[in-house]
Design a protein around this ligand. Structure first.
Ligand code: GTP
Ligand code: MG
Length: 321
């Protein structure tokens, strides 16, 4: 297919069109992923997540710029996938995102794709993964995926990343405070952004304590402390770029650590097994459903909804020849 060849050769317009096919899960999009898969697996995928408004997009702007120029003067192609939340309340933020990120759009080595939720969240994680695969096959050395840290979709997208950066900021409210414990677990690097704001140091201190408690608990659970990666905390100000070089260093250090500790192979194994299992579930369920008598399925659904039979019993009945 011409489109696939052109995308793999790095043609931006073809990449964009292919991503739309992938996002919409069209037959052409599915075929493209099949063809591109063997050419991928080289990109470093960096996940950026954290509460809404912590400054992720502003930070991603800075990071993409610094990561795209290596000290040796060799250009690295950086792709950015910004996964927008579907919440109607964030309409303004979405627009702001696009405007700020547009600064990057004119850079020859940087490609940006913003995607919005289309119905199911699982669909969004799949679309983001597909988009990352297209960029990977097209020779992008670094792919940054930005998501708002809120739920399962973020966890799924975090699994996609080799290195996950959690971006926090002072003054985001106590409700978010409560959710932090969970999100810190997925952090390979913790960025406390808005370092210019009052309260930044206090936020950093309390997060540092939480990180240490997390490490202690992992130690008690039997993990070998020396063999583990300890997530560093970096203070940044995305507005003026302070700390962004330190953040880049921390990200690259984690990538080095993955390479030297077999972490890359381990992650790739997990992803391969997840992907195959997911493909099997989807396919087998679809095939089974297609062959099933529609009335029998509907009757089983009604029985389960009315609590006449348990889901497991209903399934047993449906499986009987
Ligand atoms: N004072 C200060 N403001 C910042 C900093 N970084 C970002 N901001 C501002 O914080 C606001 C939110 O920044 P975004 O980059 O859109 O935050 P985000 O985390 O991407 O937000 P969502 O995509 O909606 O989750 C914007 O008004 C930024 O200008 C910083 O380091 N210091
Ligand atoms: Mg954003």
């Amino acid at each position: 297919m011409v489109l696939i060849e052109k995308a793999a050769a790095g043609d931006i317009l073809s990449i964009s069109r292919l991503m739309s096919e992938v996002e919409n899960d069209t037959p052409q999009g599915q075929r493209a992923l099949d063809e591109l898969y063997p050419r991928g697996g080289r990109a470093a995928i960096i996940g950026i997540t954290g509460p809404s408004g912590s400054g992720k997009s502003t930070l991603v702007n800075r990071l993409a710029l610094t990561l795209s120029s290596s000290p040796e003067g060799e250009a690295v192609k950086v792709g950015v996938i910004a996964v927008d939340p579907s919440s109607p309340f964030s309409g303004g933020a979405l627009l702001g995102d696009r405007v700020r990120m547009r600064d990057l759009g004119t850079m020859p080595n940087i490609f940006i794709r913003s995607m919005a939720t289309r119905g199911a969240l699982g669909g969004l994680a799949r679309a983001a993964e597909g988009a990352a695969q297209v960029l990977d096959a097209a020779g992008f050395g670094i792919i940054i995926v930005e998501t708002v840290g809120a739920g399962q979709a973020e966890v799924d997208i975090a699994r996609l990343a080799h290195t996950t950066v959690v971006v926090e900021a002072p003054g985001l409210g106590d409700d978010i405070q409560a959710a932090k414990a969970g999100i810190l677990e997925i952090a390979d690097v913790l960025a406390v952004n808005k370092a210019d704001k009052p309260g930044a140091n206090a936020t950093a201190r309390s997060l540092q304590v939480m990180l240490e408690i997390g490490a202690e608990m992992a130690g008690e659970a039997g993990a070998d402390i020396d063999a583990r990666w300890h997530a560093p905390l970096v203070m940044t100000c995305a507005l003026d770029g302070a700390g962004v070089d330190e953040l880049k260093t921390a990200i690259l250090a984690h990538q080095d650590w993955l390479r030297t500790h077999g972490g890359l192979e381990a992650r790739n194994q997990t992803r391969a097994s997840d992907a195959l299992e997911k493909a099997a579930r989807e396919r087998l369920f679809r095939d089974w459903r297609r062959e099933l008598d529609e009335d029998a399925y509907r009757a089983a659904l009604e029985d389960v909804a009315a609590r006449r039979v348990s889901p497991r019993m209903a399934l047993e009945r449906l499986l009987k020849p």
